[in-house]
Design a protein around this ligand. Structure first.
Ligand code: 6PG
Length: 257
């Protein structure tokens, strides 16, 4: 699937990871406050990996109306919730166990007691119930946090996998090197009011060069296919200076100090 146009995004390059995390915090805090003010509650989907951990630790210090915030996941490794690889475990340790967020507001992807396909179907039902959406209607998150692997994957949408082509379901089964993962699908990612990528380090340069190239195969660089669903969705990429070196010359960036 060759994507003829790179994502239309706000790309901010920050001096280092600490500045990137501070900027991400500002975006997330503002979006959550806006959701609470406008709709009485705010929803966000978390990413895993290492980059967001300091952001989660910063959010653990935030003063927010926690009872009006609903937390979901964009993807999850298919391991028990207490497994060292669990994205849920990382977020609880870094953030969720340190704030008065009601337990019923935390919606982990099920990874025990179901096969991956059934777990994906259950989570889709969880989303429809939480968002009050009918089948076929995409839930709209206030904040969708995403990372990007060195190979250009995002969430658990990995290069060359069947999950990339799933556009009729909210949740599907991804796979990395044969290991199953649960992941939100492209349509759900793209509906979010704020789609916020965080990527840091020189190892991200090669993938970023392809993601923002005039032409590239989005099936090989899945993060390229995350486009804002409409003008009301805000797609933002936050990079540190090392990762930012991968952005092609012709692409506008905002360089923050
Ligand atoms: C996961 C994440 C994944 C992550 C990227 C980047 O479950 O691992 O959701 O998509 O965001 O692999 O990971 P780093 O932030 O560690 O570079």
């Amino acid at each position: 699937m060759t994507s003829l146009s790179p994502p239309i995004a706000t790309i901010e390059v920050l001096p280092d990871l600490a500045a990137l995390v501070n900027r991400a915090y500002d975006y997330v805090h503002q979006q959550l406050q806006q959701g609470i003010a406008q709709r009485g509650q705010a929803t966000l989907a978390l990413s895993g990996g290492s980059t967001p951990r300091p952001l989660y630790e910063r959010l653990a210090q935030a003063d927010l109306a926690w009872s009006q915030i609903q937390v979901f996941w964009g993807d999850e490794r298919f391991v028990p919730p207490d497994h060292p690889d669990s994205n849920y475990r990382m977020a609880r340790q870094a953030w969720l166990d340190h704030v008065p967020l009601p337990s019923q507001n935390i919606h982990p992807m099920p990874t025990v007691g179901f096969d991956p396909e059934t777990a994906a179907a259950h989570y889709a039902q969880t989303l429809q119930t939480a968002f009050g959406t009918a089948p076929g209607v995409w839930p709209q998150f206030d904040v969708m946090l995403l990372g990007m692997g060195d190979d250009g994957h995002t969430a658990s949408l990995f290069p060359g996998t069947a999950a990339l082509d799933v556009r009729d379901r909210l949740v599907t089964v991804g796979e990395k090197s044969g290991e199953p993962r649960i992941t939100l699908t492209y349509p759900v990612l793209q509906q979010s009011r704020l789609i916020l990528f965080m990527a840091a380090g020189a190892s991200k340069q090669a993938a970023l060069r392809q993601i923002f190239a005039p032409q590239a195969d989005a099936a090989q660089y899945p993060a390229r296919a995350v486009q804002a669903a409409s003008s009301e969705n805000n797609l933002v990429w936050l990079l540190d200076s090392a990762a930012g070196e991968g952005i092609p010359e012709n692409i506008a960036i905002v360089r923050s100090t």
